[in-house]
Design a protein around this ligand. Structure first.
Ligand code: ARG
Length: 459
């Protein structure tokens, strides 16, 4: 039976019921709904709506329901209940009889769902923080093992300057660090309990909402009842963070897909995260990475969908808000899976060092070094840039690397060049010269790794 049959004389059309019911997805809020119901029963006891014995009886039945649900969440899905709130109430009534009908006193499904969603988001954030940390740990480990793996760094997907695989890894560590900080901030923003706001205008019972909030693990109660039942910016914020982080993961995936291509051939992915072709026997495709890249789009879609749902929605509660859950659940599951999949891919990645080095030596990635060298010899940078450009042109024509040009050939373009130039043009010099903070020099990368280790262990 629906929770609201009294003023109706006709049954709901079955098609409407299917359209309206949310149990098939909001069953995931069962734990939160039971926990907030227990807290609410305590609040009712505090204002003498329930006796101490009645509250204890309700709490006992709800605790048992919590155990049952944790053991097998699928027990919910066979029910015909409209939503998770109706399901919990029905179950309670079936256990404790008419006493269960008192639980909804002073409460609305509007403040209930707002509370359940916040509780769910808070616990989900903790899972996501752990997933980010797990990926960061794998990234740092991979960086540590590949500090001397030199490869070309790119701009415009053109070889630009040499970097190390470790430095590449640590770039993603930094992005994930910001994602994780964003999540921790969001946790603070959503740390207020809507319970006790009723349908929209507040509850008539003199409940201590701050105490109630504390029972649920919130640090405070919300300030305005309309805002409490109508707002979902915590959902939007979480979806925004997921969208940004998925963009990071999609770029991580794309880089690795390119590194794994036949053309680059810098890495080999494990059989555990690749698949074959049904037709071409030689193929080994980077499916895990492609799916991370692909799913990124769907998470952006979830954010956009939810933004559009909220736009222009009048205060306070509207059923439109029911549409938040499928998007939120999908996006968080997807992000969570992608974080673990990215770690799995990295776990047994193989770096083909020789090939990486060979590529770093090609493409005139040391041309900037030569310009900097000329600057040290007193040439202005703009002039140096021009001279080196001409040397590169000459080298291309002669099918040589810069360091393969003879000293007379170099001096012909610029007389200040000496034979100390060859050392400057070496890969190790290119790397080690970049020793300012954030640069690719071995010492800077090593201390970035050390800092990351420390942070991951102590925070
Ligand atoms: N299933 C609803 C939701 O997700 C719960 C709140 C229902 N409130 C109402 N007045 N019909 O938003």
């Amino acid at each position: 039976m629906a929770l609201w049959g009294g003023r109706f004389t006709q049954d709901a059309d079955q098609r409407f019921k299917r359209f309206n019911d949310s149990l098939r997805f909001d069953y995931r809020l069962a734990e939160q709904d039971i926990i907030s119901s227990i807290a609410w029963s305590k609040a009712l006891a505090s204002v003498n709506i329930l006796t101490v014995q009645e509250q204890a009886k309700i709490e006992e039945a709800l605790q048992q329901l919590l155990v049952d649900v944790r053991a097998d969440i699928s027990i919910i899905l066979s029910s015909n209940a409209e939503d998770i709130h109706s399901w919990v109430e029905q179950k309670l009534i079936s256990q404790v009889g008419d006493l269960g009908k008192k639980l909804h006193t002073g409460r609305s499904r509007n403040d209930q769902i707002a509370t359940d969603i916040k509780l769910w988001c808070k616990s989900e954030i903790n899972l996501l923080l752990a997933a980010i940390k797990n990926l960061q740990q794998t990234i740092v480990k991979t960086a540590e093992a590949n500090q001397d793996a030199v490869m070309p760094g790119y701009t415009h997907l053109q070889r630009a300057q040499p970097i190390t695989f470790a430095h590449w890894c640590m770039a993603y560590y930094e992005m994930l660090l910001r994602d994780s900080n964003r999540l921790s901030d969001a946790l603070l923003h959503m740390d207020s309990s809507p319970l006790g706001c009723g349908a929209l205008a507040g509850t008539t019972y003199p409940i201590d909402r701050a105490q109630l909030a504390g029972w649920l693990g919130f640090s405070r109660a919300t300030n305005n009842s309309l805002d409490s039942v109508a707002s979902r910016d915590h959902v939007l914020e979480l979806l925004s963070i997921a969208s940004i982080s998925m963009i990071h993961l999609s770029r991580f995936a794309e880089d690795l897909i390119f590194f794994n291509s036949g053309e680059a051939a810098f890495i080999e992915l494990s059989d555990r995260v690749t698949s074959g072709s049904s037709l071409m026997p030689q193929k080994k495709n980077p499916d895990a990475l492609e799916l991370i890249r692909g799913k990124c789009g769907r998470v952006q879609g979830a954010l956009t969908a939810m933004m559009m749902t909220m736009k222009g929605l009048p205060l306070a509660y509207n059923k439109d808000l029911q549409e938040d859950k499928e998007e939120l659940f999908f996006a968080m599951d997807c992000w969570h899976d992608c974080l673990y999949m990215a770690a799995l891919v990295l776990e047994d990645i193989q770096i083909k060092r020789e090939r990486c080095k060979e590529a770093a030596l090609q493409g005139y990635t040391n041309a900037t070094e030569l310009a900097d060298y000329l600057v040290l010899k007193g040439v202005t940078f703009r002039e140096a840039h021009h001279i080196v450009g001409q040397l590169v042109l000459e080298a291309i024509e002669k099918n040589k690397k810069l360091e393969e040009l003879s000293l007379p050939e170099l001096q012909q373009q610029c007389s200040v060049i000496d034979d100390d130039v060859y050392n400057i043009l070496s890969l190790s010099s290119c790397l080690e010269k970049r020793c300012a903070q954030g640069g690719v020099s071995s010492q800077r990368v090593a201390s970035a790794i050390e800092r990351a280790h420390y942070k991951l262990k102590n925070e």
